[in-house]
Ligand binder design. Structure first.
Ligand code: SF4
Length: 179
């Protein structure tokens, strides 16, 4: 099995519910996505090395992305009882984080220079060292798609992978850029 196909199979074995090809040339980085980070509704802005401004300028993030041309979109979809089922939302978010961690640990054996991009701020440490000390685990820290300036729904649409899987479902999205 070729390495790219092996990574697709690996992603499914790590628990992702949907995995799709990603043409990196379709990725547009958007100032408005970074501006929405600065509105700080998630309260992670300026608190974490994985979030703006700690993760680098938009131009620096784009430069990292343009080192690649092919990758995979990684989705974890779960079911909610209703739109207020916060317990399930948290459970799906945790599952997605766990899937990404397992995947990241294995994919680097096949593609040592790959870039795994996650969802949300890095929560590896109890309190992030930002901005006073360097990141404790730079090899394990994942920057989110939004922090890189990507509009997640647009990236999925431009690569023909659904983002919405029906009423009372929730999907978290990450991706890996391979080469
Ligand atoms: S690994 Fe720790 S120090 Fe590094 S970004 Fe994550 S929380 Fe912050």
């Amino acid at each position: 099995m070729k390495a790219f196909e092996a990574v697709h199979a690996l992603a499914l074995s790590c628990g992702f519910s949907h995995v799709g090809d990603l043409d990196v040339r379709t990725i547009r980085v958007r100032t408005e996505v970074r501006d929405s980070c600065a509105e700080n509704t998630c309260r992670a802005y300026r608190t974490n090395w994985s979030c703006p401004p700690g993760c680098g300028t938009l131009a620096e993030c784009e430069q990292r992305i343009r080192n690649y041309h092919r990758g995979l979109i990684l989705q974890t979809t779960g079911v909610l009882e209703d739109s207020l089922d916060y317990e399930a939302m948290e459970r799906i978010a945790l599952a997605h984080g766990k899937n990404l961690d397992t995947f990241r640990a294995h994919v680097r054996l096949l593609y040592p220079s790959c870039l795994v991009i996650g969802a949300g701020a890095c929560t590896r440490c109890g309190a992030c060292t930002y901005p006073h000390e360097p990141c404790r685990f730079p090899e394990q820290m994942l920057v989110s798609m939004e922090a890189m300036g990507m509009l997640v729904s647009e990236v999925c649409k431009d690569n023909a992978l659904p983002y919405y899987y029906g009423p009372n479902t929730l999907t978290y999205v990450g991706c890996v850029l391979l080469y």
